[in-house]
Design a protein around this ligand. Sequence first.
Ligand code: 5GP
Ligand code: MN
Length: 338
Amino acid sequence: MNTEITTTVNNLLNEPKDIVIVGHKNPDGDAVGSCLGLYFFLKKLGHNPTVIVPNDFPDFLKWLPGSETILIYEKNSEQSESCISEADLIFTLDFNSLGRIGSMQEPLEQSNAAFVMIDHHQQPSDYAVATYSDTSMSSTCEMVYVFMESLEGLHLLDSKIATNLYTGIMTDTGSFRFPSTSASTHRRIAFLIEAGANNAIIHQNIYDTSSPDRMKLLGVALKNLVILPEFKTAYISLTQKDLDENKFKKGDTEGFVNYALSIKGIVFAVIFIENKQESIIKMSLRSKGDFSVNEVARTHYHGGGHINAAGGRSSHSLNKTISEFISILPDYKAALCQ
Ligand code: 5GP
Ligand code: MN
C-alpha cells in the first residue's frame, strides 16, 4: 500500500466514524473473512463498523467470529439502507466494480460517504477516494493484513481478526497452493497463526463439513464431466434437477470445478450450473499457467475475476450455453495448446 493511500486513509480514520464494509454478491471465504477482519480492526480503532453483503453466504462460513453480526441486504434491506445512508465512510472489499453487488449498487451509488476500495481483482473501477488495488495479491484478506500493517496497527491483531484473515487467504489460495501464494503470504500466515488463528481447526471447519447430499451432488457432477483433450479443456454441468434431487444448499458446489482442473493435461476447466430462479447459467472458470479465464469470462460471460479463476453467467439454456462454449474453443486453441 503506497504512502498516498496510507495518508488518505489515516485522514479518513482520524476520528470515530460510522463505517459500512461491503463484500460482493455470493460472498466467499475471502469476502466474508476480509470484511470481518477489517470490522474487528476498525472497532479496535474506536469506529462503529457494520458489515453488509448483498445476499446470504454459505453455512461453512457461519462459524467465523463476527459472522452473526453481518447484515444481509436481501433479507434486511431497510436496516442495511439506513446504515448505508448514515455511513461517513464505506469500504468495499474483494470486488472491483459496483456491478458485483447486485441490488446494493443503487443505495451505494446514492450515498455521500467517502469510498475506500481494497481488492485484488483485475481492472478496478474508479469510484473510491482511496483505491488499494493489487492484482498480485493472493487475496483481499492478505491485503487487509498489509492495510493494518501500513496503518501501524499490527499490534491490534487478535484471534478474531487472525481467524478471519487466515480463512480468506486459505480459501482464495486453494490452501496455499495457487501461484498467487508468495513467500510474503506464508510469512503473514505465520503471524496470523501466532496471533491466534488455529490452522487445523479452520481447515476442518471449512473443508470437512460436507453433507451427504453434497457428496451425492459431487458424484453427479463427476458423472457429468466431459473432457475435450484436443483443447486441454474439461467441463462439468449441473441441471436444476440435479441440484433439487440432491437438496442443493448454497456453497455445495464450491470446489467442484477443481476436480475437472485436476485431470492430467487439462489447463482449462469450467462448471456450468443451472439456476432456474434467476434464469441464468452460473459459470466458474479455472485455468493453469498463462491461460486467462478472466479474459474469457469478460469477453463471453459478463464476468471476470483473475487470470486463473473467474466467474460469469449466460442467459441461454444450459444446452445452448454449452454448445456455444464448445464453439468458441477453437479461437483459444493456440493459447490452450502451446
Ligand atoms: P467463483 O467461480 O468462485 O464464483 O469466482 C472466481 C473468481 O471470479 C472470484 O475471484 C470472483 O470474485 C470472480 N467472479 C465470479 N463471478 C464473477 C462475475 O460475475 N463477475 C466478475 N467480475 N467476477 C466474478
Ligand atoms: Mn478474493
